[in-house]
Write a protein that binds this ligand. Structure first.
Ligand code: ATP
Ligand code: MG
Length: 345
């Protein structure tokens, strides 16, 4: 984990004012200069960046699929991350990746790492990404629930945006959740990894770990071979967030464990739960993500309204929605209510 990571801002849980939906006191009028509370986002830049104008500054890190460098764009002094994917790829794979990158260049959300461009250097793929100066959340231990709720809300907002565009991530895990010094959390690494995974020999270690994969993805017998990628992403969010809370991979086996041990722990054992020291809201939230049956897992839109994320209380929430308990969820009845405007893009 990166040590220069900023502390997450404290969110609504420590601020009971946010729960006052029946506030009747008039708010003070805004001054004219305060009318725009947040600067308007710039339009997405679709201009290609010339590869020859990039200088590699240093290596940031390596994963199973490639190495990431910090690079400087000389004409603008802007910093980017350049992911160099191992190996050379044949024309069909490159064509597929180019198509995918075109889609990803159109992805524009505050909680998703921007993918700017792709370069093909004699079959070696290099992807130019938004630079996240505080690194990944891998190794994070965060028992402060309000900070955890803030991270969770940001991850779910990014995921909600992707799922609405029918983009499934398939590799949500702590090392793919990046942070910057503005305390923004963004989802990284999708699309290209998926294509490479499809084209690679499944025994190749570059395919990555199954530790954060949902049971029905690991063992296709579980759900009659049906695989709902969005529900799979939610499982991975649940495992990652629980890992942040307890400070270790939440299954009885290490995440580097061999395939068979991970498969037994994830597919044949009851899902892990948050410890009894956690708030009822957090325990319930984890239960909503880590449902064995993908159909019972909540969607990103539903989870954005879970009291753990909104800072409400479970008692009020259950009262409005009517479900029984943590391990016997029914889908919330309120999912037809409109989302708050910030999530409805
Ligand atoms: P895996 O290959 O199993 O997915 P990984 O996610 O750690 O593992 P990479 O995606 O290659 O591997 O990333 C390596 C490291 O580089 C990450 O852990 C992260 O710290 C850093 N990194 C990746 N993308 C960026 C980025 N856009 N900005 C800043 N750092 C990044
Ligand atoms: Mg990664």
């Amino acid at each position: 984990m990166n040590n220069n990571k900023p502390p997450m801002s404290s969110s609504s849980r420590s601020n009971p004012r946010r729960r006052c939906s029946d506030l009747t006191l008039p708010l003070p009028p805004r001054q004219p200069q305060q009318q725009i509370a947040v600067p308007l986002p710039l339009p997405p830049s679709n201009q290609h960046i010339n590869f020859s104008q990039l200088d590699r500054l240093n290596r940031i890190g390596s994963g199973s699929g490639g190495t990431v460098y910090k690079v400087l764009h000389r004409p603008t002094n802007a910093l980017f991350a350049l992911k160099v994917i191992y190996g050379t790829h044949d024309e069909e794979v490159l064509r597929q990746i180019r198509r995918e990158i075109e889609i990803l260049r159109g992805v524009d959300n505050l909680n998703v790492v921007k993918c700017h461009d792709m370069y093909d250097r004699a079959g070696e793929i290099q992807v130019l990404l938004e630079y996240m100066d505080c690194g990944s959340l891998e190794g994070t231990h965060l028992s402060d629930e309000s900070s955890l709720a803030d991270i969770t809300r940001q991850v779910l907002s990014g995921l909600y945006y992707l799922h609405r565009r029918k983009i499934v991530h398939r590799d949500i895990k702590p090392s793919n959740l990046l942070v910057n010094s503005k305390k923004q959390v963004k989802i990284a690494d999708f699309g290209v990894s998926r294509i490479l995974e499809q084209t690679m020999d499944p025994c190749n270690s570059a395919v990555g770990t199954i530790a954060y994969m949902s049971p029905e993805r690991i063992n296709t017998d579980i759900n009659e071979g049906k695989y709902d990628g969005c529900a799979g992403d939610i499982w991975s969010v649940g495992v990652s967030i629980l890992e942040f809370y307890i400070g270790r991979f939440p299954f009885s086996v290490g995440r580097q464990g061999d395939w068979a041990s991970l498969m037994i722990a994830i597919c044949m054992t009851n899902p892990p739960q948050a410890p009894s020291t956690a708030s009822p809201e957090f325990r319930d939230f984890v239960g909503c993500c880590l449902q064995m049956d993908p159909a019972r897992r909540w969607t990103a839109a539903q989870l954005l309204r879970h009291p753990f994320v909104t800072g409400g209380t479970l008692v009020d929430h259950k009262h409005h929605r009517g479900f029984n308990n943590n391990n016997n969820q029914v889908h919330p009845t309120h999912h037809l209510l409109p989302l708050p405007p910030k999530f409805s893009s």
